[in-house]
Design a binder for this molecule. Sequence first.
Ligand code: KIV
Ligand code: ZN
Length: 502
Amino acid sequence: MENKEDFVRIFDTTLRDGEQCPGAAMSEDEKLDVAHHLSRMNVDTIEAGFPVSSQVQFKAVERIAREVEGPRIAALARAVRLDIETAANSLKPASKKRIHTFLATSPIHMKFKLGKSPSEVLKLAREAVLMAREYVEDVEFSPEDGTRSEWEFLREVCEAVIEAGVGTINIPDTVGYTTPEKYGELFHFLTTNVRGAEKIIFSAHCHNDLGLATANSLSAIKNGARQVECTVNGIGERAGNTAMEEVVMALRTRKDFYGISTRINTQLISRASYLVKTITGMVVQPNKAIVGANAFAHESGIHQDGVIKNRETYEIMTPESIGLESNRMVLGRHSGRAGFKDRIIRLGFQPSGDELASAYNRFMEIADKKKEVFDEDLIALFTDQSMKKVQPKYRLEYYHVSSGSNTVPTATIKISIDSSVFEETSTGDGPVDAVFKAIQKITKIVPLLERLLISPVTKGTDALAEASVSISYEAKTVVGKGSSTDIIEATALSYIDALNRL
Ligand code: KIV
Ligand code: ZN
């Protein structure tokens, strides 16, 4: 159990609740990359997954528990022995670990989902915590659908799990139904009425269905919550979870009002956002608070004039505070390996010698095409590079497309599969369609294209483009990524990357 030193603990659930949303599935290596970055950011707890749900989940949690130092590693478990035991097994290698067990307490969930009476639920909640305590010291309990539960019943459940030895009680707004005033009142009620409340940490866990997740979490903090469960970029079920960057920066920027802060290294926020966006293919809307592309862009003349005279006229926080640098032009074709390495390390990567060498070769190819290589380009290329740790089955060797207003779009593609090279030509509705069809002829795999997003990494017509494609095939959905100064090549690379992930 932890002491109640006064700061807000950040419990990051990007890898569990975040990954649960459609299209956000991550590979084991990708989860590791995110977990290492969360550790560098100094989050207090990483919820690494729901181990009983699949062997893949179990392995990822176990690997994070073994390899990621710093934060406490948590695993989710329903209130049953099998889940709790499996969570405990996956967490064995971690030096700091927590089992997070949950059981629904709202009338609608108890009646229709669980088919149990309140007294049975009360008993099961208590037993689940006792069971989890057989394996670990640090146990968290969530009364699922807490915000639609009866407050008196919640109080009883909290007292029962405290007696059983819980260290943290999390009150989930599972369906995103609550409002800041109500959620705040609920925390006030629990922290002042629950017997033993002073021995534990109360935690907020909000979903964003009404766009209130951050406001609700802040209201919980104002009323005694000392842990917030959140995800990078606010990804998660339906409208998502509370965005970590929003809560952290709100507490930092309005310290005058909240009087409490987190231990997060805010300068790594921008890179966390980029990493999660690139890995999951879930784009960040340009006007998203803190991490959207326009979050620090002053477009109107009056604002620009004010900012030039004094930044604080229109800026409540600096781009530097989340790790965006104002002078972003860095390298070019004459840059050497030492300068490249130095920059990559400053951007937060820790490459091996081989990874660095292949990233440098790729950087040189880009520098040959573009005059100026920006931080964003380096992050894109290095993220791309570090994600391809496994030798891919399919590799793009060559492509050619012809397209125009009076021509039938045609693509010729050469792909190596293991060590043989195959070539096919196809026409299509447009150049991208032709490219995909030529690839399908070679691989004999015809997936359903769910989504294709192409976005420039920086400004300018010579910018590096990033393509993210989501395809499904035989009940599996994967996201592939590719980047190039040529958008057709970026698209082809993303499609081939997705096939490799299948
Ligand atoms: O939203 C929710 O209720 C959850 C619980 C499992 C904590 O994610
Ligand atoms: Zn949730």
